[in-house]
Design a protein around this ligand. Sequence first.
Ligand SMILES: Nc1ncnc2c1ncn2[C@@H]1O[C@H](COP(=O)(O)OP(=O)(O)O)[C@@H](O)[C@H]1O
Ligand SMILES: [Mg+2]
Length: 248
Amino acid sequence: MNTDINGIGTTTSEAPTRTTLLECRGMSTGYGQMAVVRELDLHVDAGEVVALIGPNGAGKTTTLLTLAGELTPMAGEVRWKGEVVKSPMHQRCRNGLGYVTEEKSVIMSLTAQENLRLANVSNADALELFPELERLLKRRAGLLSGGEQQMLTLARALCRNPQVLLADELSLGLAPLIVKRLLSAVREAADTRGVGVILVEQHVRQALDVADRVYVIQRGRIALSGTAEEIRGQLHEIEAAYLSSAFD
Ligand SMILES: Nc1ncnc2c1ncn2[C@@H]1O[C@H](COP(=O)(O)OP(=O)(O)O)[C@@H](O)[C@H]1O
Ligand SMILES: [Mg+2]
């Protein structure tokens, strides 16, 4: 198979009208001396949902951690609105970066609304995104279903009005309907608020339904990139070549 649909790192014809919010160029990153991600070029523009897919251990989380500033690139650079950034994660998160990590961050012993308050998010803003949280506000987060906890997580992240949202396995282990619900909220944030989203997803087909573009990452490198439509058209081959059979 051709390993490059669109030309890695190139932009499509409508791209010049959009602002690139977050990108990396030639980025190698990893742990200690060991690079697990090599020479990565990727970007996300305002209003765009980009899916990053690949098998377990491919380097998706490591990529997000480095884009967020939690890990320092060994080579290459990360740019925020065109400027090279080296600030630590907490600073980036104060300046427009939202990050839903693989580790769940809801505090189980607090109620849903206490979890919102802790993130300085009002009930009203959260309910605008997820009206289904209304009857759950006073319930301890530990008593919510996995899907409800992730709605809470996503509400916390999106109501802080990030310019870029990094979402790592937002829908892991959840039923198809709730996956669809979470991902459509992400799509809506991109459409209505111009948020640029990088979405790491195991639910590949559902991710393709909301994504504009896709990067397939394998063993720390981008094996393939293209529009969601292009990737969807070759999904069987892509799954066989790049993704584990565990994907639905
Ligand atoms: N803290 C760490 N220290 C050393 N190696 C790690 C650490 N975290 C992840 N790795 C390794 O880095 C590689 C990429 O992991 P990761 O980015 O978590 O992959 P993915 O999110 O695609 O499943 C894997 O080989 C993994 O074992
Ligand atoms: Mg991961």
